[in-house]
Ligand binder design. Structure first.
Ligand SMILES: Cc1ncc(COP(=O)(O)O)c(C=O)c1O
Length: 453
């Protein structure tokens, strides 16, 4: 629009600015940190890049999803039955089949209504953090951990408090630490089992202690089981939902890791709540407030005040104002769950066992790196960097940046999982590539080796 002098009219000041809550949150994202790690890397056309930084093995032939899973999606797509919008909680057959699938590992049956479909487990985290955030509330998170939880909590105005995982005890939860951190504004604690970034697998007994602690504190457990059943040590996977009668549990999961299809974006939130606590606890209507244009709520878990919205209704409300996973992927779920053969799962777990062994074995030859606890699940191992053995390396970020630049090997600095001067190594890659990557890691460490005085 012109102002009559042939010039465009300009307001005194523009009314908009970006949301400053986002400032600094990319430091909490694996993708954001890996982008910085790779900033100096130039592919030389001779040596292939070895990607041991992220948790996506779908590009490696040995981890390719089985034909039954691909057929399930192709059949759903071709059927013409899944071209429409889906119900906001997800299509009924998919919810029913996920309830049946997860119930196999539980001492009770889940119902279709316990399951809500999401865009991968990442959106499940986003939803749970949005639904439960209220001013002053805090959530207890594991350290080292998957910092996406902190990003989503902070974005919604919730405080993130960290309890330790204990490396000398197979990265178990420091239960005393949890009790010391909690107060009357604590709403939930998160566990990731099998673990990212530690490769931990928790025993039945340890999970029972977690549930008992949650019950004592009057909080619920968010069980991130995106790596469910990816276990290759002595311990079998036990779902937290087994303890749904002790304390209420929200189980988060997806097909991303077990079926090696993170790009298909299909996950879930499941309520494991045998005493109906989530139904009883309500958000009081007059305590709704508007923070950063998100409706967050007060007194969600403890208060149970008045005739408000139940926790489960708030999840549905949130789903009504967010995007659904593609309907044809939802439509593929019953066939995918029913038809995937056990051989595929066995093969995946066998390769993970082999690559975890290769990784731990080769790391023994690198003196500046120590591995306190051998991974038994997921696809990661946490290792400690001894910077005193290395010259000219400032910290874990500097280490990873130079390693990527000089050796084309990508690993994640510990700062991206809340553990400075450690590294998270992904071993879910082709075994030959892993050996190559670890050999280059050793060469790099020798090059920077500080001569002993
Ligand atoms: C612990 C954890 N939770 C959630 C996610 C997100 O899973 P999805 O790819 O299904 O969104 C990841 C992805 O790496 C993860 O490691």
């Amino acid at each position: 629009m012109e102002n009559g002098n042939g010039k465009l009219a300009t307001p005194a000041a523009w009314n908009f600015t970006p949301n400053d809550t986002l400032l600094g949150l990319s430091a909490l994202s694996v993708r954001g940190v890996l982008c910085r790690v790779k900033a100096g890397m130039v592919e030389d056309g001779v040596r292939p890049v070895v990607p041991m930084g992220n948790g996506d093995s779908s590009g490696f032939p040995c981890f390719r999803t089985p034909p039954e899973a691909e057929d399930a999606v192709a059949d759903a797509l071709r059927s013409g039955q899944y071209n429409s919008y889906a119900a906001c909680v997800g299509v009924e057959p998919a919810r029913r089949s996920i309830a049946k699938h997860l119930s196999r590992d539980l001492p009770y049956e889940l119902s279709t209504d316990d399951v809500y479909l999401t865009n991968g487990c990442a959106q499940a985290i986003e939803i749970v953090c949005s639904v439960l955030a209220r001013p002053g509330a805090n959530i207890l998170l594991p350290r080292p951990g998957y910092l996406f939880y902190e990003a989503r909590a902070v974005f919604n105005g919730m405080e993130a408090r960290y309890f330790d995982l204990l490396p000398e005890n197979g990265w178990e939860v420091d239960i005393d630490g949890v009790q010391a951190l909690a107060d009357k504004n604590t709403i939930a604690m998160v566990i990731v089992n099998p673990g990212n970034p530690c490769g931990n697998v928790y025993t039945y007994e340890h999970l029972a202690k977690v549930a008992e602690t949650a019950r004592k504190l009057g909080i619920f457990v968010i069980a991130d089981e995106v790596y469910a059943h990816l276990t290759f040590g002595e311990k079998k996977f036990v779902p937290m939902g087994v303890f749904g009668a002790v304390a209420p549990v929200l189980t988060l999961g997806s097909i991303s890791k077990r079926w090696v299809v993170p790009g298909w974006r299909l996950g879930w939130i499941v309520t494991n709540d045998l005493n109906g606590v989530f139904q009883k606890t309500k958000v009081h209507p007059c305590s709704y407030i508007d923070v950063n244009n998100f409706i967050s709520s007060s007194g969600v878990f403890r208060s149970g005040l008045g005739h408000g919205v139940q926790v489960v209704d708030s999840i549905k409300n949130y789903l009504e104002i967010s995007t659904d996973p593609p309907t044809f992927v939802q439509g593929a779920i019953p066939q995918l769950l029913e038809n995937t053969k056990q051989e595929f799962f066995h093969k995946t777990v066998n390769i993970l066992r082999e690559t975890a062994d290769i990784c731990c074995q080769k790391l023994k030859d690198i003196s500046c790196i120590t591995c306190p606890s051998k991974p038994e699940g997921s696809m990661f191992v946490m290792v400690k960097l001894d910077l005193s053995c290395l010259q000219d390396i400032k910290d874990d970020m500097d280490f990873c940046f130079r390693l990527a630049k000089e050796e084309l090997v990508v690993v994640l600095p510990g700062c991206a999982v809340g553990y400075k001067n450690w590294l998270r190594i992904t071993f879910a890659i082709e075994p030959s590539s892993l050996e190559d990557g670890l050999d280059r890691l050793k060469t790099f460490c020798l090059r920077y080796n500080k001569p002993k005085k």
